[in-house]
Design a protein around this ligand. Structure first.
Ligand code: MF3
Ligand code: CO
Length: 268
């Protein structure tokens, strides 16, 4: 399948889905605290998305049983919400996707439960920074792996982390997962040419220890093999017909996150 190219009108529809995902994640960020179960967060997300005209995109995706993914501590991605109780000091990644009017948004945040260690907070911040570095590296006429290279470079410049090999970012639009697949490492200047109308989800996954991961017996949860803690952050962004970047799942369109890179996103 070719890469789906969106018109400005279509990207405006994707923005609606992106805002809904952003608002859902903001609500969850506000309520996360010790003592909650991860299924409590899933219920909040499910109610919020459906009450606001959206459809949870993860629910039923290849049989996935929930609205969000909640991945705690050594869980990297795709953790299934359930009876797991959050404790002070935990690190949790919350991944959320919604469909509005046929168009998808996909975003994830990592955050601490109560007080967390400085090194865990730094890992979260470094993961997020590398995501922004990847987005900032996108430009019409460039190549896909310019983003991969920028992400990896940002991670390795900031600390000693493992970078997940098996999973990465992806095209997104009328489906959640589209071509192209975006690695979070590798050399620049390769892969498809970046053109106006492309939308990509950028989602680095890093850990304190080894990059080795395994899928748990629930057939979804991806965990580190060495038990080290992980972080995961994700945004959906687009290259507009004007050539500008706009981060569809950021309420400020990415202005704050892209500022350190001298990039000013289009706000819409
Ligand atoms: N946001 C995730 C990703 O980009 C999707 C979660 S997988 C699902 O890969 F099955 F939970 F939907
Ligand atoms: Co994604």
């Amino acid at each position: 399948m070719a890469i789906e190219i969106k018109s400005l009108d279509e990207l405006k529809k994707m923005r609606k889905a992106g805002v809904l995902v952003a608002q859902t994640l903001e609500r969850i960020r506000e309520v996360v605290r010790p003592g909650l179960m991860t299924k409590d967060l899933d219920l909040i997300a499910h109610n919020f998305i459906t009450k606001n005209g959206g459809t949870p995109s993860f629910l039923g995706y290849h049989g996935y049983p929930a609205t969000i993914c909640t991945s705690v501590n050594s869980q990297v991605v795709h953790g299934i919400p359930g009876e797991l109780v959050l404790h002070e000091g935990d690190v949790i990644s919350i991944d959320c996707g919604a469909i509005v009017d046929g168009w998808h948004g996909d975003s994830a945040i990592s955050l601490g439960v109560g007080q967390i260690t400085a090194e865990d907070q730094k890992m979260i911040d470094d993961c997020e920074f590398s995501m922004w570095a990847g987005i900032a590296a996108a430009k019409v006429g460039g190549r896909l792996t310019d983003l991969s290279y920028a992400i990896e470079k940002a991670i390795t410049a900031r600390g000693k982390y493992g970078i997940v090999r098996e999973y990465g970012g992806h095209g997104i639009g009328t489906a959640m997962h589209q071509e192209p697949h975006l690695l979070n490492y590798g050399s620049a200047g390769r892969g498809p040419k970046l053109v106006a109308g492309m939308a990509l989800a950028v989602e680095p996954m890093i850990m304190h220890g080894s990059e080795k991961v395994r899928v748990e017996s629930d057939e979804w949860t991806v965990s580190t093999v060495d038990g080290s803690r992980a972080a995961h952050t994700e945004h959906t962004f687009a290259l507009l017909p004007s050539g500008e970047i706009s981060v569809l799942t950021a309420l400020d369109s990415g202005a704050a996150g892209l500022a350190p890179f001298g990039v000013t996103p289009a706000v819409f």
